[in-house]
Design a protein around this ligand. Structure first.
Ligand SMILES: CC(C)=CCC/C(C)=C/CC/C(C)=C/CC/C(C)=C/COP(=O)(O)OP(=O)(O)O
Ligand SMILES: O=P(O)(O)OC[C@@H](O)CO
Ligand SMILES: [Mg+2]
Length: 237
């Protein structure tokens, strides 16, 4: 059933905050998935995101099938490129990197993804993806060969988010970058969330539970945790 976006919308209206754990197939050993899932089931996570800036191995289908055996959370693809599409997931963030000026990440990957998507039942959720400079270079900047937006230029960041909304995106994702030196600042989350209607995802560089709460308090509807859980499966204990 295609109801993942409707659930995100409803949660926003009801001020129920959402949490996604990002699993990078490149960094997962299929043998350890059972323990990982146990930890996820004990955590406050509401979604599992799957993806990486580059995914070199070929385990996405198997990984999702294994997760589904023991976990009921919705599985949402967060792809760095069209090769990361799996019919086993429930939905896909159909990302366009609107902070960058590389046509491959603005439209070409999406065009290439269409024939693959047409053969799946994935719920497609168009997402304006905005990378903000947050310390040293992160994987998205390197892989996409685009410049992140300057975090001091808040007016331009807001305009970018609003342009993403006007283009018809259903979500805006403010990204500091996986493993970023510092997360998206709370003032920026506040400014963007108060000036768009669609739900706001915030991720990158959040390393503790206070960081998650701070993002929620500032107006994030869904927070993504990747590296912190990757480094410590007891992160939520
Ligand atoms: C719509 C389709 C099929 C693809 C979209 C393609 C676009 C626009 C992607 C945006 C840019 C990008 C490379 C996103 C990757 C997002 C992601 C899962 C980042 C996490 O990166 P990690 O691989 O965890 O980085 P580290 O290796 O540094 O941890
Ligand atoms: O790995 P972290 O820093 O938690 O970032 C999560 C996600 O926003 C990266 O795309
Ligand atoms: Mg990562």
């Amino acid at each position: 059933m295609k109801n993942i976006y409707n659930h995100i919308l409803k949660s926003k209206i009801e001020n129920e905050k959402l949490l996604a754990i990002l699993l990078d197939p490149d960094k997962i050993d299929l043998k350890n998935v059972t323990v990982l899932i146990e930890k996820i089931n004990q955590s406050p996570a509401t979604h599992i995101f799957i993806g990486g800036s580059l995914v070199r191995n070929n385990i996405i289908d198997d990984l999702i099938l294994k997760i589904k055996l023991n976990c009921d959370l919705p599985i949402v693809l967060f792809p760095g490129n069209p090769s990361q599409i799996s019919d086993q997931a429930d939905a896909i963030l159909f990302l366009s990197l609107i902070s960058g000026r590389n046509p491959d990440f603005l439209i070409e990957h999406q065009v290439q993804a269409v024939p693959i998507l047409k053969q799946t039942n994935l719920e497609v959720i168009s997402t304006g993806y905005i990378l903000i400079k947050s310390g040293t270079q992160t994987a998205v900047e390197r892989v996409s060969k685009t410049k992140p937006l300057d975090r001091n230029n808040t007016e331009y960041i807001l305009q970018t988010a609003q342009a993403g909304e006007l283009l018809g995106n259903k979500l805006i994702y403010l990204e500091a970058g996986s493993g970023a030196d510092y997360p998206i600042p709370k003032e920026m989350i506040k400014l963007v969330s108060q000036n768009i209607e669609i739900p706001l995802i915030v991720g990158g560089g959040i390393v503790d539970l206070q960081g998650i709460q701070k993002a929620y308090d500032s107006g994030a509807d869904l927070v993504v945790i990747g590296t912190a859980f990757e480094n410590d499966i007891n992160f939520f204990n």
